[in-house]
Design a protein. Structure first.
Length: 161
């Protein structure tokens, strides 16, 4: 009887110990250099920038930081598109740029997976599909301007090693 009680206490303590240990964070950081040459078709512009995107699978979020330089007209939109380099694709994660900022500016934010845009025709049927596309290198960041509404600067997201 005493042995049975000791076993139950041991199992309970062991399970509580596992519950107290946080799961390993599953975060991935990706970067992109944004230029007009990366647009499809390429665009001759003096604007350029950088983007850093962090995917947190445990929190199910995408956190972004975008810095833009020399944008001659106001920013209209910015987001992550699904698509390989040199191809145009649909938006899957919307950002919130400081419309109508121009010249030099930066913006950042966090987007929960509930706000992702599903694109079943492009294979994005769930947030997990979007996460896989981003982490797998099949996505890019785009910044749209008043003058170039289809996109002024763009860069493919690359996983940091």
């Amino acid at each position: 009887m005493l042995l049975s009680v000791v076993r139950k206490v041991f199992v309970a303590v062991t399970l509580l110990g596992f519950a107290a240990v946080p799961a390993a964070a599953q975060t991935f950081t990706l970067t992109a250099t944004l230029t007009g040459a990366e647009q499809d078709p390429p665009l001759n512009t003096g604007a350029f920038g950088t983007a850093t995107v962090t995917v947190d699978l445990a929190a199910r979020t995408v956190t972004y930081r975008v810095d833009v330089f020399n944008l001659p007209s106001g920013v209209r939109a910015s987001h992550i598109h699904v698509g390989a380099a040199g191809t145009a694709g649909p938006v899957i994660v919307n950002f919130e740029p400081p419309v109508p900022a121009s010249n030099e500016f930066g913006f950042s934010g966090t987007v929960p997976d509930a706000e992702f845009v599903m694109r079943p025709d492009q294979g994005i049927r769930s947030a997990d599909d979007a996460f896989q596309s981003i982490i797998g290198g099949n996505s890019y960041v785009n910044v749209h301007s008043d003058v170039n509404r289809g996109g002024e600067i763009r860069g493919q997201l690359i996983l940091k090693q």
